[in-house]
Design a protein around this ligand. Structure first.
Ligand code: SF4
Length: 363
């Protein structure tokens, strides 16, 4: 039994099947989600004989095969699953706590050019239990401090793995699960328009973050193949729908690459494009990836781009690159199949250093 993605009702039924009182389910949930423990031998308020029985029935936690700590306190973990597939996830440390950046797929089929993740295609979708396992593994790294934000911005496109992603989001926000406010959960998409409508209809009202990276279809077609299927007009209409349906602001991620999308003219077009659809832009100076075609702009150019956006009335944050020295920043995550080679993994999260943001915060 993998107990990580089970509802209270399912665990209570399971306990009854084992001849135990149904309230044991609540004890299990407390261990899993409040304390991050899935090893029954450590669940000291369960009777000794039950602990021994559960030890043979509960699936062990995913194996952490590598742990790398960054100078800024961020930690990247490589988790290996039973089938040999491994994914990375990153715990980002801030003054106010920890953010868990979760991968939703091993690899990615979307092929965005800035991203190390899209290089080798999709390996497979991750289940809700595997996504939750990443949070629990990261939680075990934090000592007494809680993980108080989750961003589904690691490897993969979450809306291409919608059913598992929705299950994970419900578990994360449920009082029987992690109990995290939807305002502290962010799902990032490269622009899968039908998935945005489904998330609005079926998911908790999380923050939606859209990876834009370009203000014209011509450029976005080149940078992000998904744009040929769902061009900007459709994507922005979906963003407006999401805001209207959930009451949540949509934010945009914009990776700045030198000489590609970092001119004043790009800032002006971007600002006009997103008006009335997207409330805030997170600027991400390009993170280097091995063999990549693009260069990171100078800091002054990044600051100038942010100023141009502000001049146009667009709220903007320049992201401070957390975990960059361990390959845990945006676009640097990878996944492996059988630990044999590089696969995919989407921009890992970096968290914002508030430059001068106009408008409300995102959660
Ligand atoms: S940016 Fe995200 S959607 Fe695009 S290739 Fe990377 S992981 Fe996939």
């Amino acid at each position: 039994m993998d107990i990580r993605a089970r509802s209270h009702e399912e665990l209570a039924d399971w306990m009854a099947l084992l001849g135990e009182p149904r309230y044991r389910a609540r004890q299990l949930l407390h261990w899993i989600y409040r304390l991050g423990v899935v090893d029954p031998s450590a669940m000291t308020d369960l009777p000794r004989d039950l602990r021994a029985r559960l030890a043979g029935l509960i699936a062990p936690p995913d194996e952490v095969v590598e742990r790398v700590a960054a100078a800024d306190g961020s930690v990247k973990l490589l988790l290996e699953y039973g089938d040999g597939v491994a994914v990375e996830c990153v715990l980002l440390r801030h003054g106010y706590g920890y953010t868990a950046c979760v991968s939703s797929q091993a690899g990615c089929a979307m092929g965005c050019t800035f991203c190390r993740s899209g290089r080798a295609g999709l390996v497979r979708d991750l289940t809700a239990a595997e996504m939750m396992g990443q949070v629990l593994a990261m939680r075990r790294q934090t000592g007494a401090r809680p993980v108080n934000r989750i961003v589904v911005m690691g490897g993969g496109e979450p809306l291409a793995n919608l059913a598992h992603c929705l299950h994970f989001l419900r578990l994360s926000t449920s009082s029987d699960g992690l109990g995290i406010s939807p305002r502290r959960l962010t799902v990032s998409t490269c622009g899968l328009v039908p998935g945005i409508f489904s998330l609005a209809a079926e998911g908790p009202p999380v923050t939606l973050s859209v990876s834009l990276h370009a203000a014209t279809d011509e450029l976005r077609d080149r940078l992000m193949p998904i744009n040929r299927r769902y061009p900007l007009a459709q994507l922005l209409a979906a963003c407006r729908h999401y805001s209207g349906a959930t009451g949540r602001r949509v934010t945009a991620e914009y990776v700045l690459a030198r000489g590609v999308n970092d001119r004043r003219e790009d800032a002006r077009k971007l600002s006009r494009l997103i008006r009335r659809a997207i409330g805030h832009v997170n600027l991400i100076p390009l993170n280097p990836i091995p063999g990549g075609d693009f260069e990171r702009p100078r800091d002054e150019a990044v600051a100038a781009f942010a100023r141009h956006l502000l001049d146009e009335g667009t709220a903007v944050t320049i992201r401070r690159p957390l975990g960059i020295d361990i390959g845990g920043a945006c676009g640097q995550l990878v996944a492996t199949a059988g630990l044999a080679g590089e696969g995919a993994g989407k921009p890992a999260a970096e968290q914002g250093e508030q430059a001068r943001a106009a408008g409300p915060g995102d959660g």
